[in-house]
Ligand binder design. Structure first.
Ligand SMILES: Nc1ncnc2c1ncn2[C@@H]1O[C@H](COP(=O)(O)OP(=O)(O)OP(=O)(O)O)[C@@H](O)[C@H]1O
Length: 245
């Protein structure tokens, strides 16, 4: 029997959406003090349960707002679910919103430690891998420059280099991942391919069914925060295609 890599058990996620317009900060605080701020509850995920086997490559499909990114952020540990729990076996490399934990006043070098800590890597581990990260990022002397002076491509290069320094057991990938120019993108794709070759478990979000079919052997279809189909890629693709007709 295959081993479970990711176990999502009865996960629900609630966001509070402001139900009225507040024009400025002053008005916000007045309303806050008077307890006049009203929120509407919104459930982005409702009772989602999944079991992903080791070595599976699972595409997460669904229309805009279905809850795909929210689910991946919860699995990555970036968001805490309102209800339910997630267990991930082994090391996880979340290639989502690269550099979301960066501090712009700090240099690239300082951010390596900071972002490494955000991703849960021990300090000694980062120290050991420090040169390798800088080398992969190709940032050269820019590594000692504050991040506020980086282009967005440079930031995502650094983010990718840090996030992929572990040999992950579970890889979380977002199609919209921007990793710099064409040359660097190729290098990233090669690195991701080498992880695939080692049999990493993959969770992949994309709107492109063709891309999902190329990479994944299984899929999950989300609709309004609920899993409406899961199973083999062909079977779930057919349902998704029917929905998007
Ligand atoms: N931080 C937040 N606060 C409030 N609502 C949120 C927040 N993050 C997501 N949502 C809402 O949760 C729902 C699901 O969002 P999510 O980004 O997970 O969808 P998605 O399936 O990834 O969509 P897309 O295909 O457009 O990227 C959306 O309605 C969104 O507005």
């Amino acid at each position: 029997m295959k081993k479970t890599a990711v176990d999502v058990s009865h996960v629900s996620m609630r966001f509070n959406l402001a139900s009225q317009k507040v024009d400025n900060l002053k008005e916000y605080f007045i309303k806050l003090i008077r307890r006049e701020l009203k929120y509407k509850e919104f459930w982005a995920l409702q009772d989602v349960s999944l079991r992903i086997d080791q070595g599976d490559r699972v595409g997460i499909l669904g229309l805009n707002g279905a809850g795909k990114s929210t689910l991946l952020k919860i699995i990555a540990g970036v968001l805490k679910p309102t209800e339910g729990s997630v267990t991930v076996k082994g090391r996880i490399a979340p290639l989502l919103e690269l550099g979301a934990g960066f501090e712009k006043e700090y240099t690239g070098a300082e951010n390596i430690y900071l972002y490494g800590a955000v991703l849960g890597y021990p300090r000694e581990f980062i120290a050991e891998k420090y040169n390798e990260i800088i080398e992969f990022s190709e940032l050269g002397k820019f590594i000692d420059v504050p991040l506020k002076n980086y282009s967005s491509g440079m930031k995502s290069r650094l983010g990718f280099s840090i996030a992929t320094i572990v040999e992950p057991d579970v890889l979380i990938l977002d199609e919209v991942l921007a990793v710099g120019d064409a040359k660097f993108k190729k290098k990233c794709e090669a690195k991701i391919q080498s992880m695939f070759d080692k049999g990493v478990t993959v969770l992949f979000v994309s709107h492109s069914l063709a891309q999902v079919q190329k990479i994944c052997n299984k899929a999950i279809l989300l609709e309004k925060g609920k899993v409406i189909a899961q199973g083999g890629i062909e079977e779930v693709s057919a349902i998704y295609e029917e929905k998007t007709k």
